[in-house]
Design a protein around this ligand. Structure first.
Ligand code: NDP
Ligand SMILES: O=C(O)C1=N[C@H](C(=O)O)C[C@H](O)C1
Length: 248
């Protein structure tokens, strides 16, 4: 059966790449490509099965609400997720049994493995800091990937009974020690020429371990998006993280 797919945010950096990927994919048909000025009714008019949502933290909630109240599964990589927003989408999904929503902080396999390896390493090191580096047009900081990575590391440390990290710094400019995500410092670099990069640095007596991932092109996200599109109908409810669709 051919899946009828839409891309919302079709003119954006990742959305335009997703349009090409869906058009080229076997078993998928691109039936709608929406930009900021498009009407969401185009989705229902085109009888979309799965919408790929790649817009902006300010737009994502409205797009998800429309899809989930009109019988459309969603795969989104848009950032800006808070517990409050997750509660809202859980409510929408509860009212739409059978529909699936995948929220993927990162669609690239390397980034997902980087998060997994960081989660595994977390309990063995006293110190950890996350540095994420992105292009200079990125809407938000820190990145969704870095936030998720820090949360996973913090949870693994807590589960292993590690104490909170000590920071004896008493004298610093505001921001110099990064943002605090569940006790893990996260630093965000924005630089023209970069795309999406992350470095998780662990340290303990006499040694460090650095887990680094680099996305050089938006094509790195496409296999993950296509996997999400193909699998989402078999995963009703909320899935947070593409790793749940992978055999990790
Ligand atoms: N999970 C992952 O693996 C990845 C996630 N991302 C995330 O995806 C999102 C988009 O990133 P990126 O492509 O770089 O951003 P861009 O700004 O290049 O693209 C976003 C596009 O969405 C459009 N848009 C905004 N609001 C709406 C709306 N309501 N309906 C339809 N289109 C809309 C924008 O239009 P306009 O230009 O007119 O504002 C723009 O064309 C970000 O949150 C980013 O962090 C990015 C890469 C990978
Ligand atoms: O805006 C981007 O470019 C990216 N956003 C996602 C994030 O915030 O983690 C994924 C990837 O890092 C690219």
């Amino acid at each position: 059966m051919t899946l009828r797919v839409a891309v919302i945010g079709a003119k954006g950096r990742i959305g335009s790449e997703a349009v090409k990927a869906v058009e080229a994919a076997e078993g998928l048909e691109l039936v709608a490509a929406l930009g900021r000025d498009s009407k969401l009714t185009e989705l229902t008019d085109a009888r979309v099965d799965v919408a790929v949502e790649l817009t902006h933290p300010d737009s994502v909630m409205g797009n998800l609400e429309y899809c989930l109240t009109h019988g459309i599964h969603v795969v989104t990589g848009t950032t800006g997720w808070t517990e409050e927003r997750l509660e809202t989408v859980r409510g929408l999904l509860a009212a739409a049994p059978g529909l699936g929503l995948l929220i993927a902080p990162n669609f690239s396999i390397g980034a997902i493995l980087g998060m997994k390896f960081s989660q595994l390493a977390a309990k063995y090191f006293e110190s950890v800091e996350v540095v994420e580096l992105h292009h200079d047009r990125k809407a938000d900081a820190p990145s969704g990937t870095a936030t998720r990575t820090a949360q996973l590391i913090a949870a693994a440390r807590a589960e292993a009974g590690l104490p909170p990290q000590q920071d004896p710094t008493t004298h610093s400019l505001p921001g110099a020690r990064g943002a605090d995500v569940d006790g893990v410092p996260v630093h965000a670099v924005r630089l023209r020429g970069l795309l999406a990069h992350q470095q998780v640095m662990f340290g303990d007596t006499g040694e460090t371990l650095t887990i680094r991932h680099d996305s050089m092109h938006h094509s790195s996200f496409m296999p993950g998006i296509l996997l999400g599109v193909r699998k989402i109908a078999d995963h009703p409810g909320l899935t947070f993280g593409l790793e749940h669709f992978l055999d990790l």
